[in-house]
Ligand binder design. Structure first.
Ligand code: NI
Length: 387
């Protein structure tokens, strides 16, 4: 049987796992039931593993021949979203939902583990199965990457089911695929006064409004128009009463870009613009910039390996071009550790298509078969082709 035929034979297994996980979603760092399910399946397959970073799991398959260490990664967590679907496998946890498809990723990697275990003698080197918690809060990958067990990774692959691609199609492309995602927090400090006598105080709200406007010019006036960046202020709080000049206002937001040079420049310019604008209004500005995840940039050799694997499985027509996205993905931390490729598995649910992170999100479960086959093929090919 071919790898794809083997994955197709696992359809009921994959669908069962995914639906079980979908009914029991768990938030970031709370994936204990998910972890127990993974451990139970790995026990059944006779694959050695260890729990890692609290709710994560690391498992290893050893081939008969020498070769590199190839990582295959699946994220595990759900989102604080109430599911609006009315399917048999809808979330049984109020306010929590697998609205991004990480339930599928766990099922796909367990399916690949099953296929690879049966073909262990064919493997070259080691395949490390990385079940990573807390992707949605962009913390899990960074934590997993500190593990000494992953210090020797030679190559690493990850896949996301993707609603913008039809089932049966994939995007496997080199270069930047997803943006860096960073947080900013600003505290603007003025001085309180009577709302009718503003000249006796320093209005933190007036200063904060000017800062929000001025920050928008960093992308529109300071970043090369052929580069991409996003600055969004998503929250603003300040003041207590309609007739009191506010002495403090707090802003927070997210910053996205694709190139390290742009990221560095935007960070520096945001601070300058925020602090000087606040100063022009007589206010002080405390500026905090927290780097969360780098951009997800696919390395060319790993991408070529993955493209060949995709063509072998699904034919040349299956590869589609997908524009890079300003969404963030903490798989980027693995790509800082080892060369690799992050790919997108078509999962569009043709009758009913809602975006990721929506309460009606659901996938075409054919994606589970394709994803499991793809990860298994990568586990086999990357060991051989990396030599
Ligand atoms: Ni996701």
């Amino acid at each position: 049987m071919t790898i794809l035929e083997e994955a197709r034979a696992l359809r009921a297994y994959l669908t069962g796992l995914r639906r079980d996980l979908h009914r029991h979603p768990e938030l970031s760092w709370q994936e204990t039931r998910t972890q127990a399910l993974i451990c139970r399946e790995l026990d059944g397959l006779g694959i050695p593993y260890e729990k890692a970073c609290g709710t994560g799991v690391l498992a290893e398959l050893h081939g008969a021949g020498d070769g590199p260490a190839v990582g295959l990664r699946a994220d595990m967590d759900a989102l604080p979203i109430a599911e609006q679907n009315d399917c048999a496998y809808r979330s049984e946890t109020p306010g929590v939902m697998h609205a991004c498809g990480h339930d599928c990723h766990v099922a796909m990697l367990l399916g690949a583990a099953r296929i690879l275990k049966a073909r262990e003698a064919e493997l070259r080197g080691t395949v490390k199965l990385i079940f990573q918690p807390a992707e949605e809060v962009i913390e899990g990958a960074r934590a997993m990457c500190t593990l000494p067990q992953l210090a020797d990774l030679d190559r690493v692959f990850g896949a996301h089911v993707w609603i913008d691609l039809p089932a049966g199609r994939l995007s496997v492309e080199e270069g930047p695929r997803m943006a860096s995602a960073d947080n900013i927090e600003l505290t603007i400090r003025g001085r309180s006064a009577h709302g009718a006598r503003p000249h006796e105080g320093v209005d933190a709200i007036a200063a904060a409004c000017a800062v929000v406007g001025a920050l928008q010019t960093v992308v529109s006036r300071r970043v090369d128009p052929l580069d991409a960046a996003v600055v969004t202020i998503g929250a603003i709080q300040g003041g207590t009463s309609p007739n009191v000049i506010a002495d403090e206002a707090r802003l927070s937001g997210t910053v996205r870009s694709f190139r390290p040079e742009v990221r560095d420049a935007v960070e520096k310019q945001l601070e300058t613009v925020a602090c000087t604008t606040a100063a022009a209004y007589g206010a002080a500005c405390e500026f905090k910039y927290r780097r969360c995840t780098p951009a997800t940039v696919n390395e060319p050799v790993s991408t070529a390996i993955a493209r060949r694997a995709a063509v072998r499985l699904f034919g040349r027509d299956a590869l589609l071009h997908l524009e890079k996205t300003t969404g963030g993905e903490d798989f980027a931390w693995f790509l800082e550790r080892a060369p690799g490729c992050y790919l997108f598995i078509g999962a569009r649910n043709e009758g009913k298509c809602y975006p990721h992170h929506h309460g009606c999100f659901d996938i075409d479960e054919e994606a589970l078969v394709n994803g499991a086959a793809m990860l298994a093929q990568l586990g086999l090919d990357a060991g051989k082709e990396s030599e």
